[in-house]
Design a protein around this ligand. Structure first.
Ligand code: NAD
Length: 495
């Protein structure tokens, strides 16, 4: 049995094709539901076997995946392997290695007043999960959440982005080979996603923009389905005068121009202390030349813009801007050179929304306080980058701002550590995944309290005598030995 539909994919890349095949979509979700209800997906054996097969299929389809990513928007092979295939393989390996530990019941204390008894938290699967993915990292942003859902014992229905159609087709072929209705894909555009969202799921993880996130959340509300929203925003990069400018320039240029800036956690703009502004711009320019040569258009290591609409949007951002580096573009191949803008004011159009392309505004600031003020005036971003030689600068930024994640003296790399949760805060998203965080997202933390039957004091039961009442009052306020130890530790630390 095949677990994908693609006959109603929106025609020629248009996100608004014909009416979706509601019955086919409902059938796919029903197949996933019946697999979950059978209890089959709950077993450790199914989880591990499915993850292993997904891994094997990714390896087997490696060439096809790389070709699809190149066809969709010229993703360079190195980047495609490292940020898509390698990322997925290492996540699956980590998940399989840790699964027993994650699945094990977590013993928790039972306060003295509620003894004799024991307590634990069991992670149970939610049921059927839905994963809606965007186009910019169309392999890992589809497969990583699906891997987490499978690891947690759920059936899962994925929806790749129609804006990366070759990759969506490849993902469909891969899932078809799994030949398991518990893991399915629905292909298509807005109509298909709208239809998919009419179905009842037990969790939806959506990655994309805030406008569609609101549609997803509204649809989820109909079924009281919890959501994880992985969104974007303008991730700031702060560079102080003490920073190692060579390292900062290199890491900023790499993080920004990777995938031609079409990365949710790309450094969106730079706030740099005025005294080192020019030096930083010069060094970023040098790094761009080093990475992509004198004409990045001819580099095999530089991606293209995904479609004409995004290309036109980036062109509008360049209109009237002061271009310090780059600025060339070619509509026919949707090429936009790695570009650095200077003389930008925080009120300019380029500072209004997430840039999501290879354009980097560099803005001079007079102090770290000013940078913090600029950051805090805006929506909470997905990532924040801090370059300085002084730890107190990093500490101030972490303590006085909020963001989904932080990378100190680096960009992007914090998301590759599976021990760190990945997710936004406020308008940059809600909830998280990667590693254990993903397993927990797709699990219910079920509270289990087991009472001993050896004793059954009548204290709690009617009739409520004055003596029982007094004892209950004492019992409830009896300090728990663990709380006493914690209190003592805090006192010691404060001294
Ligand atoms: P996109 O256009 O591919 O859309 C994402 C998904 O939403 C697709 O599967 C699409 O079919 C679906 N969709 C689109 N319109 C819809 C509608 N009206 N109703 C229902 N579903 C609909 O991707 P995008 O939104 O352009 O992605 C770019 C954004 O995603 C950026 O803001 C970026 O920062 C963010 N992003 C976030 C992360 C993260 O992990 N936090 C990762 C990548 C991208």
């Amino acid at each position: 049995m095949t677990s994908t539909i693609d006959q109603h994919r929106a025609g020629s890349g248009s996100p608004t094709g014909g009416a979706a095949d509601a019955a086919a979509i409902a059938g796919i979700v029903a197949g996933a539901r019946s697999a979950a209800s059978s209890g089959r997906t709950r077993t450790r054996e199914w989880r591990v076997a499915t993850l292993r097969t997904v891994r094997e299929l990714v390896v087997a389809h490696e060439g096809r995946i790389l070709a699809a990513l190149a066809a969709d928007f010229g993703k360079p092979e190195f980047e495609a392997w490292a940020t898509e295939i390698g990322f997925v393989l290492s996540d699956i390996d980590h998940t399989i290695a840790q699964l027993d530990r994650w699945m094990a019941p977590e013993k928790v204390p039972t306060p003295i007043a509620f003894q004799p008894g024991s307590s634990r938290i069991e992670r149970e699967p939610l049921g059927v999960a839905c994963v809606i993915a965007p186009w910019n990292y169309p392999v890992q942003l589809l497969l990583l959440p699906m891997v987490a859902a499978i690891a947690a014992g759920n059936a899962v229905v994925g929806k790749p982005s129609e804006l990366a159609p070759a990759t969506a087709d490849t993902m469909a072929a891969l899932v078809r080979e799994l030949d398991d209705p518990a893991v399915a894909l629905v292909l298509g555009g807005v109509d298909e996603t709208t239809e998919l969202l009419r179905q009842r799921f037990d969790h939806i993880l959506y990655t994309g923009n805030g406008r569609v996130a609101r549609i997803v959340m509204r649809a989820a509300a109909e079924h009281l389905t919890p959501v994880t929203l992985e969104l974007g925003g303008k991730s700031p990069t702060i560079v102080t005068a003490s920073a190692d400018l060579d390292i900062a320039a290199r890491r900023i240029a790499w993080g920004k121009f990777l995938n031609a800036g079409q990365t949710c956690i790309a450094p969106d703009y730079v706030l740099v202390e005025r005294s080192v502004h020019d030096q930083l711009v010069e060094r970023i320019a040098a790094r761009i030349r080093e990475f992509y040569g004198d004409d990045p258009k001819r580099s095999g290591d530089y991606a293209r813009i995904v479609n004409d609409a995004h290309f036109a949007r980036l062109e509008r951002l360049l209109a009237g801007a002061t271009v310090a580096v780059g600025g060339d573009r070619d509509a026919a191949t949707r090429y936009v050179a790695p570009t650095v803008l200077t003389g930008v004011s925080v009120d300019d159009p380029v500072m209004a929304d997430e840039i999501f392309g290879p354009i980097l505004p560099v803005i001079a600031i007079d102090s770290l306080d000013e940078a913090i003020e600029v950051v805090n005036r805006r929506d909470k971003p997905l990532a924040l980058y801090s370059f300085s030689a002084d730890d107190t600068d990093h500490e101030a930024l972490v303590a006085r701002t909020s963001s989904g994640g932080v990378c100190i003296n680096g960009t992007i790399m914090h998301v590759s550590n599976p021990h760190l949760p990945f997710g936004g805060v406020g308008p940059s998203g809600m909830g998280a995944y990667h590693g254990k965080a993903g397993f927990d997202t797709f699990s219910h933390r079920r509270a289990v309290h087991e009472r001993s039957t050896r004793v059954d004091p009548s204290l709690l039961y009617p009739p409520y005598t004055a003596k029982k009442f007094a004892l209950v009052k004492r019992g409830f306020t009896l300090p728990d030995p663990r709380d006493l130890v914690a209190r003592a530790r805090t006192a010691l630390r404060r001294r």
